[in-house]
Design a protein around this ligand. Sequence first.
Ligand code: ADP
Ligand code: MG
Length: 355
Amino acid sequence: MKRILSFCLAVLMCGCLFGCAPKQQKFQYQFFDTFDTIIRVVGFAKTQEEFDGYAQYAHDRFRRLNNLFDKFEDHGLTNGIAAVNAMAGVEPIKVDPQVMELILFSMEWQQKTDGAVDITMGPLISVWQDYIARYSPENENAKLPSGQELEDAAQLCGTHLLEIDQQAGTVWLKEKGASLDVGAVAKGYATELVAQELQQMGWESFSISSGGNVRTCGQPKNGNDYWNIGIQNPASGAVLAEQSELLDVVSVNDSSVVTSGDYQRYYMVGEKRVHHIIDPVTLMPADHYCSVTVVTPHSGQADLFSTALFVMDLESGKQLAEQYDLGVLWVMSDGSIQCSNAILPMLRGDSLEQK
Ligand code: ADP
Ligand code: MG
């Protein structure tokens, strides 16, 4: 009997020494108090405590980055984007290193996207945001801003107004009334920073979903090879992602899936949908697409590209996708679908069948 018992014990110990990794469970945590959206952390961990440690860290970091990248409120900070805007036309201010990095990152990629995304467009974007806030989609008396209003705002936009001194760590908008708007990139950029930090802390398998921005890290530890990320059907409108109708699904690992769309914040003037992604050339909401989804590893890049591609015409967009090996799915204004080559192997394909 004793011999049988010690044999069983030995088998058990061998099992644990050779490859019987402790089982991991899936956990989820979400919060609503940053970046004007729901942020959901989903991940695999050995215990609830282990997961809670990571999730709490993520929440704290998102709070801090939200406060630094907010364009209106300074949250008591003197070194964030709001402080740069408050000091426009006055004097340079020393910014937090992560604010400097975000600005440099945005400037680099806005050059590579031919200025389709331009973080110095604060005044023009504010005009549109005020109109969007003023009118509901059902309001039949809704108006567009006047050409003059847009021209006046555009006078206060442009990279020539931005002076960056990397050595001193300072940023200055040289004209009073100029302002930075990092809305096209900040959420994805913050998501990338937090994801990288969590990986450095040793977390191997998780995803962070910030509104339309999803960043996945590692393989899901539930036996699946990939994380399956739904692409919302723009026709289903401004509803929570899990309630929306899906247009398609992409399967990815260690990658980001980010969508820009015209269906979240908008109002109507006749048949025209007035939304929050503004073409720097026409000064009007871009109107080629209902949504553009980008798949690429870095979530900040994915966020910036999704906004830039929403502004660019299809031909320039396809060239950009080719150049940077981006997975892209465009939903054209008439509802038809266009894809870059790189997205095809990841796509379940429902949207292509509808074609
Ligand atoms: P969301 O914020 O809904 O995820 P986007 O990532 O596409 O969508 O960003 C849209 C935001 O970016 C707008 O709310 C505005 O703050 C800003 N924005 C809009 N158009 C531009 C543009 N052409 N260049 C830079 N920023 C823009
Ligand atoms: Mg974006």
